[in-house]
Design a protein around this ligand. Sequence first.
Ligand code: GDP
Length: 543
Amino acid sequence: MSVSSYATPSPALQREVKRRRSFAIISHPDAGKTTLTEKFLLYGGALNLAGSVTARKNQRATTSDWMDLEKQRGISVSSTVLQFEYKDCVVNILDTPGHKDFSEDTYRVLTAVDAAVMVVDAGKGIESQTRKLFEVCRRRGVPIFTFMNKMDRPARPTLDLVDELESVLGIDAYPLNWPLGDGPRFRGVYDREHKQVHLFERTAHGSYRAPVSVKGIEDDSVKAAMEEATYAQVSDELELLEGAGAEFDIARVLAGELTPVFFGSAANNFGVQLLLDRFLELAPPPVARESEGGKIEPSSAEFSAFVFKIQANMNPKHRDRVAFIRIVSGKFERDMNVLNTRSGENVRLANSQRLFARDRETVDDAFAGDVVGLVGNYDLLIGDTLASAPGVMFDEIPRFPPECFAYLHNKSTAKYKRFRDGLAQLLKEGVASEFTLLESSGVQVPLLGAVGPLQFEVLQYRLDGEYAAETRLEQTSWSLARWLKPKEGDPLAPEARPSLSLGTALARDSNGWLVALLPSEWGLKTFEDKNEDWIISEQPFAP
Ligand code: GDP
């Protein structure tokens, strides 16, 4: 078997691949991501699951202990994958953590999706976290669909909201529907494609499908439903929009250049089905991905997948470790033997599960686009490729430069082993990264780097809760890392050293690469000027 067999689609698998939609919902905290997820589940008939999403958010009753931290902080640390069938689609929603400091984890999850739904609070417009997540999706060329939420509350002017997508995010926007008023005067949406009006009738807090009636915009009953001023305004806006004559171009949507925009209210279950139906029609099924050895067709008969997330101790009663894989091609079957193409080792995928909070369900088969949790101590690292043939290697996981650095002291020498073991496990999960200073005297206290300070907090919390290792954090004043290679000569040679400026230190990362730790952007300029014969990279070099 060779890598070239991955380029040939298998008709038997094409149907399964075509009906899959794997996506993430991205938003700034509080814009309504959880509510929208819950409503999607409602349409998928997964009503009991819909209840659990709220339970997870509000009571966190069904989650494991370390998620207490989430409860205390009101944030979502972990990501879950939800799968349900809707119409003929198999829908995979990958939940992303909402807090900004968990962006690294979120970014990794976004490598496993084929599309994204961006939820915007229509009263606030684009917020900081939305912008960051949007950027990651755009860099990957992922198609993005926009849902302007909370139209039942006073919203920013509709045209401004649409303009903002273009002016702030730099993506062209095409409203597929248009809101009829906002706040107390919100009466529904006008579906521009089908020239239909969906009227909003307030129901008892969105716990069931809101009834909608469909009529034309000029219909007298539509005029009657709206206040005169609102009707006049909406008519003007729509005229302006139609007059602009922009075309809806699905190819540009799929290229990530144009975002279809929908309006509604997730909490009131309004506009959600319009979004879901059209999204599932327009969003792409899994597409071919590039691997080191060539293109991998999703419906190829050969299996391949990559690890995008690892998490230990999700269930505190069993000290387990779950590696989440996204299937890229072929059919996953329980107990199958595959190759870890990094280590060259064979792995038998015996314990494969779908996870929902604490509920688990064994997975017997799965296809491209699906996510499977492998439970157990497989020797897997984030970014690893599993494949039925050698030579396949995905390079999907972005590496991010840390911006905070701190020493992690072990408080009790008697518990040193637990401390080191726990730390090793959590570093493997990618919670933080470790650096070894070149010039240091005496005992080496682990020096850690993270994208955000909350990552350290999670690390300490989990070391304490899961490994009974209490720690103390000592902040440092470095805020930048730059990876270094001499332009000539052996980059890993021990004697190769750049010249240092004040406050800068040299360290090695876990792959042995030389790293400069710098206090500020200002120091960076001096450092770069002094070291013109060095390659100075913002990105870590590959192992
Ligand atoms: P997340 O942090 O993005 O997951 O946001 P949530 O789904 O938890 O929603 C945040 C808050 O906004 C909650 O109190 C929701 O009930 C509320 N919310 C969500 N959607 C709507 C909506 O359409 N209208 C109104 N008025 N509130 C909403």
